[in-house]
Ligand binder design. Structure first.
Ligand SMILES: Cc1cc2nc3c(=O)[nH]c(=O)nc-3n(C[C@H](O)[C@H](O)[C@H](O)COP(=O)(O)OP(=O)(O)OC[C@H]3O[C@@H](n4cnc5c(N)ncnc54)[C@H](O)[C@@H]3O)c2cc1C
Length: 457
């Protein structure tokens, strides 16, 4: 039993949301800058608590309405790095943006990164995030050797594949519900440059996109397709594919090879106020222009790391284009044998519904561990839906389509799924519940997401 000698920092009472700005919730927010303060927050009060990183989960995963939230962003020290092995030890509040600033100029890149660099490592492990290389390298958990987890009693447990293994696999993808990740070790990837050598391919429809993924799979570590989800009939699912590997010095043109690890930041424009420009007309125009603009370039293309991995980060506050009511991102995955039929069915339903979405992203997943981790081998689609009348009911119909083909929906994006759908989509739930009950018998770690989905019942 640990005794608490430091008192908890004073909370701030405020309104919070996820990245989609739907739903909103009120909480007491603590922002400790020392582990002892965090311990006082965790064990010094019996009301429920959830950890929060940079709030990039889209829905209610990092919300705890009318309860406590602990912001981990001050626990963000890099503790050790071994350039020979690439092993990095740091606190969980370190962000991928900070890792890039420090390590990319030295020739190291995170082994897995989501489509934004503004996430903490703690939040990324809790969601077990995937990147554009999942088909090759699986999710973030595969590259984490261990982490220290503060459980409900305030005790800190080392979790790895060997030590407290069930808790390790319940925490990766466990959405903060087993405890607070404090510190971790991660293996960074060595790269020769901050550029990618790859190809930009236009696929005329979903079959051409899948054919391109399958053909290029073995050749490229990173792949992603941006789908025009307003295309119909024989053009349904037409897409722009970006595929690439980190470029070697020999692959770079001379002007770039002179300074291959230059990561000079570009100025980001931002949306200054709520400006709901998304409607079915603007979306159709955007998708048509985007597809026409990206002419296929024969042969190889050099991409810079920023525009390849983080195109959305180039406009700060972009959720404002969806207006004050916010939006939901729907991300689902189907097993390989059902992926094509599932994609066609969902894309047809979206075009029929005329529900606007600027953004639709297609990726291929590979092998996956983790009790509640989202990925499974197959194809995954992510689409934004502005909150409009009837949108929630529409997404229920998509759930039914995904579920009947053995697929699932991503918790880090979700804000509206039903408990029954969740239960049917996550077959390892009872294993996860057993590990959660051992670490947190009184269910202290709880969130708006966990209560909505009745995850512990
Ligand atoms: C533009 C954009 C693109 C994205 N692209 C991808 C993508 O390609 N792939 C992908 O997988 N995801 C993607 N995401 C989702 C994002 O990577 C995850 O939601 C991630 O969890 C956000 O990290 P965060 O630090 O903001 O955590 P938050 O959003 O603050 O929290 C997310 C979850 O982590 C838990 N948590 C946070 N810190 C800790 C901690 N220290 N200990 C325990 N639990 C903790 C929270 O309780 C919550 O359940 C994207 C999000 C955005 C906005």
């Amino acid at each position: 039993m640990t005794t608490t000698t430091t008192s908890a920092p004073h909370p701030r009472h405020a309104m919070l949301s996820g990245w989609g700005r739907y739903p909103l919730s009120e909480s007491d927010i603590y922002r400790p800058d020392r582990i002892a303060e965090l311990q006082a927050v965790v064990s010094g009060n019996s009301s429920s608590l959830i950890a929060r990183g940079l709030g990039r989960a889209y829905g209610d995963a990092a919300l705890n309405d009318q309860n406590r939230v602990v912001d981990l962003t001050r626990l963000n020290r890099v503790l050790a790095f071994d350039p020979a092995s690439g092993l990095l030890r740091c606190e969980a509040g370190v962000t991928i943006a900070e890792l890039l600033d420090v390590f990319l100029p030295r020739g190291f890149f995170p082994p897995v990164t989501p489509g934004t660099r503004f996430v903490t490592l703690g939040g990324s492990i809790a969601a077990d995030v995937h990147g554009k290389n999942h088909h090759r390298d699986s999710s973030l958990a595969s590259h984490v050797t261990w982490f220290d987890l503060m459980v409900a009693s305030g005790e800190v447990l080392r979790c790895s594949r060997e030590e407290n293994a069930a808790l390790f696999w319940a925490t990766v993808g466990g959405m903060g519900l087993t405890g607070v990740i404090l510190e971790l070790e991660l293996r960074m990837r060595r790269v020769e440059s901050a550029y990618l050598d790859g190809e930009l391919i236009r696929a005329g429809n979903i079959d051409a996109a899948i054919e391109a993924f399958e053909r290029l799979d073995a050749q490229y570590r990173y792949s992603v397709a941006w789908i025009d989800c307003n295309s119909v009939k024989s053009a349904l699912g037409r897409s722009i594919l970006n595929v690439g590997n980190f470029a070697t010095l020999a692959q770079l043109p001379r002007n770039l090879a002179q300074n291959p690890l230059n990561i000079a930041p570009k100025l980001s424009p931002f949306v200054p106020f709520d400006f709901p420009v998304v409607n079915s007309l603007t979306v159709r125009m955007f998708n048509a222009v985007n597809y026409a603009f990206h002419r296929e370039k024969p042969g190889h293309t050099i991409f810079d790391w920023n525009s390849f991995f983080y195109p959305l980060d180039s406009i700060r506050n972009w959720p404002r284009i969806y207006g004050k009511r916010g939006f939901v991102q729907y991300q689902c995955v189907w097993p390989p044998a059902e992926s094509r039929a599932g994609l066609v069915e969902v894309l047809e339903a979206i075009t029929r519904s005329r529900r606007a979405s600027f953004l639709a992203v297609l990726k291929k997943f590979g092998a996956q561990d983790g009790m509640l981790s989202f990925p499974m081998p197959g194809y995954t689609l992510a689409i934004d839906f502005p909150v409009t009348d009837g949108m929630l009911e529409f997404l229920d119909t998509l759930d039914a389509m995904v579920l009947k083909r053995g697929g699932r929906v991503y918790l880090a994006k979700d804000a509206r799924m039903s408990p029954e759908t969740f239960r049917a989509m996550y077959p390892n739930l009872s294993k996860w519940q057993a590990a959660k009950a051992l670490a947190d018998p009184e269910n202290r770690f709880s969130s708006s997401l966990s209560r909505r989905l009745r995850m512990t019942e």
